[in-house]
Every structure is written in structure tokens, then in C-alpha cells.
Write a protein that binds this ligand. Sequence first.
Ligand SMILES: [Mg+2]
Length: 296
Amino acid sequence: MSSSSFLPAHARCEATVGRLAQPSSLYDGYIFDLDGTVYLGDALLPNAQRVITTIRTAGRRTVFLSNNPTRTRDECSRKLTRLDLPTSPDDIITSSIVMIDFLKRTLPKARLFVVGEQPLCDDLRGAGFTLTEVVNEIDAVIASFDRTFNYAKLQIAFDAIRAGARFFATNGDRYCPVPGGGQPDAAAIIAAIEACTNTHIEAIVGKPSIHTINAILNILKLPPERCIIIGDRLETDIQMGLNAGMTTALTLTGASTLRDAEASSIKPTHIIDDLGDLLPAFSSIQNPKSEIQNAP
Ligand SMILES: [Mg+2]
């Protein structure tokens, strides 16, 4: 039996972990984190396919959200489709997409130095931005999840920021969960640049920032109170949902543990073992868990 805990929205502030009533109605918009929530590495997490298909069958919107800028939305779309969850690129928001939106509004002509991987560079170039390694041409340094990070990149970022370049980041995750562990993420790159330049990052546009919330709601065209966000990380997925006034569900399939949730001041509305624990809310449509429990 699941150890899921469901907390009503009005109780989230004083919530402690414990079994409470399940959601009694469907939401109009479902916002799923990807890494650690829908999949881990190249495999879907338990019940993800069944739950998301059921939600879609019920006519509700699903969008997918990733702070990971190392895959384009087309790549995310192809991956989900290959994993038997056909998804349009338009229903995927990565921190690269949010960064493009942010730069177009704040520094539309900026020449950028990117401490990041090829997909982010491709997305930024595709959106019309110029990328350069010439220090006196750099208007902004973009820090990101970069497994090709090296001293030469740090030197350029250092020189550019000391010469007056702006300093932004796609995301602030400390690590990205992967099967068997994790990989150091953008927080490590930001910290390296901050340490040597004695500056502080100006904006991190990925979760949990307002820039990402705005991008999601722009796709869903729904008020936040009719949406639920499901994610595996308290300080990003859950914090952002709470900031936006959404119902939140922490899934224990990725970064944050039940112990983390008990110790944290960030209190999700629901805590679930995996996406299968969202299904009881849809029992009138399809409820494989009930079928299993009711089987003779
Ligand atoms: Mg995640």
C-alpha cells in the first residue's frame, strides 16, 4: 500500500507529513517536471505513462517542465514520444526557452558568452542571439549546466564580467539526478564564476523563478488555482508552485526525500511515492491501483 500523504491546500503552511484526503477533483492543467518525476535517464518512472495518458484522456492539459538546458524542447519531445508519451515540443518548457524569453525582453540585442552545452548554444543562436568569446564584445555571460566546463571558459567569463558584462543563469540546480547518482549542475558553474569575480548572479530564470511561471501559464492559459505542479525537488518545483498559488505534489522518485520534506519549510500540498498516487483522483475514469486492490 502506498505511503502517500495528501494535504489539503488550506493546510499547506502548517502541514506535517501524514495521511490525509486525496484530491477530490481533476485539475485543468497538469505541470510535470521531467528529470526525476516523469523519467530518470532513459526510462519512464513507475506509472508515468499510465497516469499522464489518463489525464489526457480526461481532456486535461499536460505540460512538461525541465530546468535542464542540455536538451532542446525538440529533443525532449522526441524522448517522450519514444517512451510512449507522444508530446508536442510546444508543450515543453526548458530553462533555455525561458532564458530566450527573458533575454528578448531585457537585452534583445545582447552578444552572449555561454558557459553551457551545445543545445543551449543552438537554442540561443536559433533565437537570433550572437555568441562570442571575444571579451570586449560580450554583453552577458550565461551560466548553465555544463559538462564541458573548463578553465578557459572560466577565464573568459571572469574577464567579461570584470569588463562589465551582465551575469545570468539558466537554472540554479545543485545536481541533476541520473540513474545511480547525480551530475553537478549549474549551481556549481555559477558558484565558480561568483567566487572568482566576487559578484552575485543577477537572475536565474529557471525554476522557481517568476520567469518560468509566466512561461508555463502562457502555454496553459489557465489561472494558477486550476493547475497542479508535480515535481521531485522541493526548492524548485514545489517552491515555484507555492509561489504561484498552485496545488503542488512532491514525488519521492528523484531529488527530495521524505526526510527532506519533513525538515523543510517548503511544504507541498501532496507527497506521493510516484505518479501512480495521482490516479485515485481519477477513479471514475481509470484506477489501476483500485483494480489491483479489488482483485480477488
Ligand atoms: Mg526534477
